[in-house]
Write a protein that binds this ligand. Structure first.
Ligand code: 6R9
Length: 632
């Protein structure tokens, strides 16, 4: 199945066609897939509600498209290459036929344990093949998967399980990450103490470490797999049936369960995968993300498998056993397409170049970047040292909410411009708006990035909170989806994403709501109030800077230590502030609003122009904070 565009002229004509006649355009793409029943109409939409339906009344199962459909043609082709954390442990390769069998068996295990269509199943697992298999097994039986990144704390996991009232959790005993062993099951045990909805936990034996199993509730996956056979007919799903929920941070405290549905998500992830990366048949593709994030959902699992690609999964971290691990893996598996995040590039750039130069990297053809703006320096380093100046870099802009890549070069087709995501994919209609909500026409302009027409893989709702979905994304600018990002359009119409314009920060490519971190800090008994902002960080892109007010004189070092512990417990280690400044007060307006603009400037170390502070309740506090910041 090829959905691929092969020249810039073709891109332009396809783009125009997708705008002038979206229904015809997407129907033509959707016909490449296997549908049990055809749709009645391609698109129904209303951004006010919002109410968006693609391929109305079409019936399908996405796993039949990821797996069954390929058996006759490429059943013996490797679908998943799994590279373990420890380079000396054996690699696992699963052909499409083997993956199909594993998914069917796992799906039967789910059914044996009471799972049925429409259930929400939480998956909290390390990056092992069973994670991909579990995800597909849910989709096979029509259960809605909710994958939670295995770096989240017990508290954060429980919050997500409860929000979607999951009845089953799929997990593992422990996980390996670099030199560490992570006690996954015991985190789950702790989480489940506050989750009434979970009936079963199915546990993979990964390390063989000692874990406690609660009779009746906890079962071993390997034992359950012995009880089932390998036939499992796929459940027939409506195109608009929910495929998964994935939690992401917003500007308010509580994470949002972004809901994606089946048909449109399938068509768009495959279409964008093939076009952005220009995947061809025998290539090995590697995306270094974790399946716990949207990038892993769309571009480790669904997009590649729908396209019959060979997708590599890596269990470990870029710096274990040493900083050459990524490049060693590229050579070992002859990786052709490599997709990673700017934070990883910057971290590896900071290491000895010998870690790169020891490896040939000659198999590489295309490089990708995702998760945050890539600065020019990192772009150039990536291009020169990894791509040897012959691999196009696709800087792909998109979001959990968009489901798939929205603005990106097509590899080898679109002209590149460092740190520009360049042009929208066919079917995507971005626009820039000013603060009054007026669309800014023409080029060489800057504004807030919106999308004015539906695309197949867009979010449909926030789980259980449709009104919040409407408020967050569809109310700021009437009739448009608002991304939360700022953006420039250059004189040639190329897009450059400048970063979030709301209270979301992007730390090492992970989205974090400042309010979430503040909520965690405020849990400390000695903390009265806190304010969190992002500041430029050489490796992470943005670091977390926390200002806290205490009730009394405290031992600052001890307080800092305790605050880091609290954040780790409430959210996870990824949310730990890099800097904590204890302050007497915060710059507030007369109406009580914290002036974050000022706190950002101070955190950045740029205090030359703090702007107008005369409207503050207590302008003197600014000087005091500034002074304190010098010692942080
Ligand atoms: C896929 C993913 C989404 C936010 C998004 C934006 C930032 C992602 C980017 C980028 C500049 C890129 N972002 N890709 N900024 N250039 N190529 O990362 O989803 O975790 O939901 O984050 O990440 O700010 O709004 P998600």
């Amino acid at each position: 199945m090829s959905l691929k565009i092969s020249s810039f002229e073709e891109y332009q004509s396809e783009y125009n066609r997708s705008i002038n006649n979206p229904n015809e355009f997407w129907a033509e793409k959707a016909k490449h897939f296997y549908w049990r029943e055809q749709w009645d109409s391609v698109l129904e939409w209303d951004f006010k509600e919002p109410n968006v339906k693609w391929f109305v009344n079409g019936k399908l199962n996405i796993t039949e498209n990821c797996l069954d459909r390929h058996l006759e043609t490429i059943g013996g082709k490797v679908a998943i290459i799994w590279e373990p954390n420890n380079p000396n442990e054996e690699v696992v390769k699963l052909t499409y036929r083997q993956l199909h069998e594993q998914v069917c068996k796992f799906a039967n295990v789910l059914k044996n344990n009471g799972a049925k269509k429409g259930d929400r199943i939480c998956i909290y697992m390390p990056m092992v093949p069973e994670l991909a298999i579990a995800t597909l097994a849910c989709a096979r039986i029509g259960a809605i998967h909710s994958v939670v990144f295995a770096g989240f704390s017990a508290k954060a996991l429980a919050e997500r399980i409860n929000d979607a009232t999951c009845n089953i959790i799929l997990t593992s005993d422990e996980g390996y990450r670099g030199s560490k062993t992570i006690a996954i099951k015991s985190i789950v045990d702790e989480a489940l103490e506050s989750c009434d909805s979970i009936q079963k936990s199915i546990v993979l034996k990964r390390t063989g470490g000692d874990v406690s199993m609660q009779p009746k509730r906890d079962v071993w996956l390997h034992e359950e797999m012995l009880k089932v056979d390998e036939t499992c007919n796929a459940e027939e799903m409506d195109a608009e049936d929910e495929l998964f929920v994935l939690y992401t941070s917003g500007s308010t405290g509580k994470p949002k369960g972004i809901v994606h549905t089946t048909g449109g998500y399938m068509v768009y992830t495959a279409y964008s995968f093939q076009n952005v990366f220009q995947y061809s048949n025998d290539e090995v593709y590697w995306c270094t993300a974790d399946i716990g994030w949207i990038t892993g959902h769309s571009y480790i699992v669904y997009g590649p498998l729908l396209s019959g690609a060979t997708t590599l999964m890596f269990e470990g971290v870029p710096t274990y056993p040493d900083a050459g691990r990524f490049w060693e893996i590229v050579d070992k598996h002859q990786v052709n397409i490599f997709y990673t995040a700017p934070t990883a590039i910057r971290a590896l750039e900071a290491c000895d170049i010998d870690f790169v130069n020891k490896h040939s990297l000659s198999s590489l053809k295309v490089l990708g970047s995702v998760g945050e703006p890539i600065n020019e320096e990192a772009w150039e380093w990536y291009h020169k040292n990894i791509g040897k100046e012959k691999c196009p870099i696709v800087d792909t802009w998109w979001q959990t909410e968009t489901g798939g890549i929205m603005i990106s070069p097509l590899a080898g087709i679109t002209k590149l411009k460092p740190s520009f995501a360049t042009l929208p994919l066919p079917g995507i209609q971005p626009c820039l708006v000013d603060s009054d909500g007026n669309e800014i026409e023409g080029n060489d302009v800057e504004g807030n990035l919106c999308v004015k027409f539906p695309w197949p893989s867009m979010l449909r709702t926030i789980y259980g909170e449709h009104e919040r979905c409407k408020q967050t994304y569809f109310s700021t600018y009437k009739g448009k989806y608002f991304t939360g990002d700022g953006c420039k359009r250059d004189e040639n119409g190329m897009y450059r994403i400048t970063g979030r314009v709301d209270d979301v920060i992007n730390v090492s490519g992970h989205r974090m709501g400042t309010a979430e971190v503040e909520d965690a800090l405020d849990q400390h008994i000695d903390v009265v109030e806190s304010a969190v902002v992002g500041y430029p960080h050489d490796i992470k892109g943005q670091g977390i800077y926390a200002y806290v007010i205490c009730v009394k004189e405290v031992n600052e070092d001890e307080l800092r230590k305790e605050l880091l512990e609290i954040v780790t417990k409430e959210i996870g280690p990824i949310a730990k502030p890099d800097k904590i400044q204890i302050v007497k007060g915060l710059p507030k307006t007369r109406s009580g609003k914290i002036m974050r603009r000022i706190l950002r400037k101070i955190a950045e170390g740029d205090t030359s122009n703090l702007g107008d502070i005369s409207t503050l309740l207590d302008p003197d506090i600014v000087k005091e904070i500034q002074k304190g910041a010098e010692n942080i």
